[in-house]
Design a protein around this ligand. Sequence first.
Ligand SMILES: *[C@@H]1O[C@H](CO)[C@@H](O)[C@H](O)[C@H]1NC(C)=O
Ligand SMILES: *[C@@H]1O[C@H](CO)[C@@H](O)[C@H](O)[C@H]1NC(C)=O
Ligand SMILES: *[C@@H]1O[C@H](CO)[C@@H](O)[C@H](O)[C@H]1NC(C)=O
Ligand SMILES: *[C@@H]1O[C@H](CO)[C@@H](O)[C@H](O)[C@H]1NC(C)=O
Ligand SMILES: *[C@@H]1O[C@H](CO)[C@@H](O)[C@H](O)[C@H]1NC(C)=O
Length: 565
Amino acid sequence: MNNQSRSTPKVNSLFLPRRGFLLLLLTVGVMLYILSWMNNLQFQKTANPAFIPQVHQSFCAFRPISSKESLEEEKILKSIAWPKTPSITSNYTFENSSNPLCSNFTILPKVGEAGQWYIGDQLEVSIIIKDYYCYPKTSGGDVLLASLKNRDLQAGVSGQVVDHLNGSYTAVFPLVWEGQAEVEVTLVHPSEAVTVLQRLNSEEPDRVNFRSIFRSGSVSEKTECNICLRPSKRPVCDFTDVHTGEPWFCLKPKNTKLNCTNRINHDNGVFVLNLQKEDKRLFQDKINMKTPILAVGSSSITVYQRKTGPVMLRSNNVKTAASGFYYKGVWKSLGITEVHQFDTAAIFQCLKGKVIHLYGDSTIRQYFDYLNKALPNNKMIDRHTSMQSGPFKAEDRKNNILLTYRCHGPPIRFKDVPIQDLHYIANELDSVSGGASTVVGISVWMHFSTFPLKIYIRRLMSIRSAVRRLLARAPDTIVVIKTGTPQALISLFDAVTKSEWFSRQHDKVLRALFKGMNVHLMDAWEMVLAHQLPHNLHPQPPIIKNMINVFLSYTCPKMHSENNL
Ligand SMILES: *[C@@H]1O[C@H](CO)[C@@H](O)[C@H](O)[C@H]1NC(C)=O
Ligand SMILES: *[C@@H]1O[C@H](CO)[C@@H](O)[C@H](O)[C@H]1NC(C)=O
Ligand SMILES: *[C@@H]1O[C@H](CO)[C@@H](O)[C@H](O)[C@H]1NC(C)=O
Ligand SMILES: *[C@@H]1O[C@H](CO)[C@@H](O)[C@H](O)[C@H]1NC(C)=O
Ligand SMILES: *[C@@H]1O[C@H](CO)[C@@H](O)[C@H](O)[C@H]1NC(C)=O
């Protein structure tokens, strides 16, 4: 735990109606205190091995995890470590940073078969990044996105970018449709911008801050809250969740009539950023942020169907890791689950008799809205809750359909969430009995952008534990985990609070943590990257429709529909 002085006023009555939990809280509290004390005396090695004391310079609090989880965390952090990016030293100037206007890509020619491309081949593109002097960069770490598209056919597939760490990159694509295929490469951020983003997450994880109102009768006060609350002389209220151990703190109200139990809401506060002018130049719309890189020579190829063999859109030869692609605007899986098309009647047929619980950020609230609209007899149970955070509940009693949405716990950047509605997903999952007619959808990513990765990893670990418990008691429960997506980056604010560089790290963490579990992955990342619509934090309806088809294909894999290609 960190060294921040906390008067730790107890908040038991708010969260802990039962005595057992009170005891648990006290035990955990005492243990943590002892651990932090041992930590200070550098006795870490003698500490209970089940809880590794967290040694860190950060003023963030990290949920304690087991030694096994700690090893896993280290492994994940190592496996996703971003290449070393240029440090911004005194002799660095903006002109030394990556410049998309001087950078280019080249389609590498097909070897053999008279240079002709066929479905099932793999296309490779070489990307060379240069600076403002048009000198090739000599280090890696630029954030690049690559996709292959045919806008007339409404076809698209995402590419994988390999960083050679010397300023050159290779993008790899599977060829999965017949006809034209155009390569699109985008510089999301120059590598120097990553240096800045990395620094911000360790030094300014509180640049998006949070607040709570404390109220007792006519007295009220707003104070600052965070997982990463800067050390100060002021006493702190500890709102660490007793079940999950998720840390959360608020400054204690100054008014003596108010104490920690008087907290009534959670709110995202202001955005504060300390950046040098020179650093800001690294995040400029249309100049070096989400800017296209152009081709040397042609940017497109023609793909043919091999004369021999069956007509196939689905290829088994694909070596790239693409999970699917669009063809005529419809998402097709390259994996094992076939994606069916669900019209309104099919959605109803699939969800009849089912309970669907959606948890997380606003990007899964979009699924709630879509399904709620599609189910004709669904009635919203109006609890006068916020349009942003819910919770929402819609029911079709006659056909026994229940659809719910609830936002994830802090750090959620939602306005004015009543404390009573601020729940952690892991705790929610523990109250789901589950079974074959229960479907759970989870989306947690964007709101963790500004924090050290460990905070995200540990949150997902606690959710994963709850998913494991759920699947242990009800193995037939369908669990769908949604990844983050690329999105519009226009302003400096967008970049430093929700850049897809953060989301991409989260995406990798999420895949690693849920790998091998009996859960389904909604590859929202690829589904947005491969689509021709512009990126948006809230993907547009045609993309959501495809995501719902994937979601329902996991839910009702046996359902057949005629309009399936
Ligand atoms: C720039 O600074 C770096 C690190 O301070 C140093 O290694 C490098 O030699 C310097 N380059 C020039 C041209 O001064
Ligand atoms: C920046 O570019 C100039 C001109 O190419 C070069 O002399 C200088 O060493 C570069 N600085 C760094 C830090 O790479
Ligand atoms: C960069 O590394 C790749 C892979 O090792 C290599 O093929 C390429 O020639 C290198 N490029 C430069 C400019 O050194
Ligand atoms: C906090 O305030 C409430 C009334 O606002 C009071 O009932 C309660 O006893 C106080 N708790 C503590 C620990 O002072
Ligand atoms: C590389 O792309 C830029 C535009 O992004 C273009 O002006 C330049 O001519 C290209 N270089 C070559 C060698 O084609």
